[in-house]
Ligand binder design. Structure first.
Ligand SMILES: NC(=O)c1ccc[n+]([C@@H]2O[C@H](COP(=O)([O-])OP(=O)(O)OC[C@H]3O[C@@H](n4cnc5c(N)ncnc54)[C@H](OP(=O)(O)O)[C@@H]3O)[C@@H](O)[C@H]2O)c1
Length: 334
């Protein structure tokens, strides 16, 4: 029987509401603390979801001895700072994607987890979706032959609002770290780290990247074609093109979804998603508690190596496309 874990939320914004909703589905997760820069916001959030306590600062929350694990749901530009704050106070951390702004920040976060012997994982929820995992099993079984090309996209039309996260360079704005990270993950998780990257970006009036097209090439002939954008809509699906057929993770491919398969000489076949409850954030939260039950400080599934590779590729894409975050990239690029 698993221990009951006291969860805390750091940053009561949009994604935190969805995550808290799904946390309620897990019997061994106690919705314990909500923390915000603003006490009233924390209290409202706590009341909405049934958290026991509310804190008007993140610092007060991490000082609470009863908190076991913190879900960090602030904009990417704060992930490094807020992760270090939690780990130094010996709180296990599940931190939203993008894990940080660049690979140096990720390295420091991992070093801090080791120094404090405390659990740290990137909240890359797609890695834990049953449909994504089923697709990987089918591809790895060899049924469709060798995987040759990955095509993946994620786009929606988001109005330019300068003070909002998506277009604010100080908050890590731009489609790449927000949604382009998913197509990059689709290629990384199936084909590995690319040998060559070419990327082409368009920029918004605030100077942040608005749309990006990325091509990966691998020495043994595989390729990936990846797109993200805040200026148009896309199906938001991932296609795995193989020698004997193809597999499609249907829209919205990074969430619980149906799978379509076509094999040489056969008919199109659909595997329906078995997911019934919640948005799909419960799978990653459940995994975190399984890791804590086993006294792990690193997830065997969403490993530190995976997060380092993902961020390393995002850095390479940004260098190629000329996307810089001056507040964070000094060490990396200048
Ligand atoms: N996994 C997913 O499906 C998914 C989906 C959406 C977003 N995300 C990720 O989750 C993170 C948060 O996204 P979101 O859309 O929830 O963001 P958001 O609503 O714009 O902001 C999240 C919260 O961050 C806190 N915050 C702390 N300092 C801030 C500052 N200087 N400016 C703005 N907010 C600040 C605020 O909470 P308080 O005021 O309460 O302190 C704010 O409500 C991002 O890294 C994003 O990539 C993941």
């Amino acid at each position: 029987m698993s221990k009951i874990y006291n969860w805390a939320i750091l940053g009561c914004g949009k994604i935190a509401t969805k995550f808290a909703n799904d946390l309620k589905l897990l019997p061994n997760a106690k919705l314990y603390a909500a923390s915000s820069r603003n006490l009233e916001r924390a209290q409202n959030f706590a009341n909405d979801f049934g958290f026991e306590v509310a804190y008007g600062s993140y610092e007060e929350m991490v000082a609470d001895k009863n908190v076991d694990v913190v879900y960090i749901a602030t904009p990417h530009s704060f992930h490094h700072k807020h992760t270090l704050l939690c780990l130094k106070n010996k709180k296990a951390v599940l931190c939203e994607k993008a894990f940080a702004m660049n690979v140096h920040e990720v390295e420091e976060m991992i070093a801090c987890a080791k120094d404090n012997n405390t659990f740290l994982m990137e909240a890359f929820w797609t890695m834990f979706q049953p449909s994504f995992n089923q697709a990987m099993e089918i591809l790895n079984s060899g049924e469709l032959g060798k995987l040759k090309i990955v095509r993946s996209d994620f786009a929606f039309n988001a109005p330019v609002l300068e003070d909002k996260r998506l277009y604010n360079p100080k908050l890590g704005g731009g489609s790449l770290l927000d949604i382009g990270i998913y197509p990059v993950f689709a290629a990384l998780s199936s084909l590995g780290v690319p040998d060559t990257i070419k990327s082409f970006a368009e920029f918004s009036s605030t100077g942040t990247e608005e749309s990006i097209n990325i091509i990966f090439q691998y020495q043994n002939g595989e390729m990936a074609n990846l797109t993200s954008s805040f200026s148009s809509y896309s199906p938001t699906q991932t296609e795995y093109l193989c020698e004997k057929g193809y597999l499609v993770l249907n829209p919205r491919w990074y969430t619980p979804t149906d799978i379509t398969i076509w094999k040489e000489g056969g008919e199109l076949r659909t595997i329906e998603s078995q997911h019934r409850e919640g948005f799909g954030y419960q799978y990653e939260a459940k995994h975190v508690m399984e890791c804590l039950d086993s006294e792990l400080i690193e997830s065997p599934k969403m490993s530190w190596e995976m997060s380092m590779k993902l961020m390393g590729i995002l850095d390479r894409i940004r260098i190629d496309a000329g996307i810089f975050f001056p507040d964070h990239d000094q060490e990396l690029f200048f």
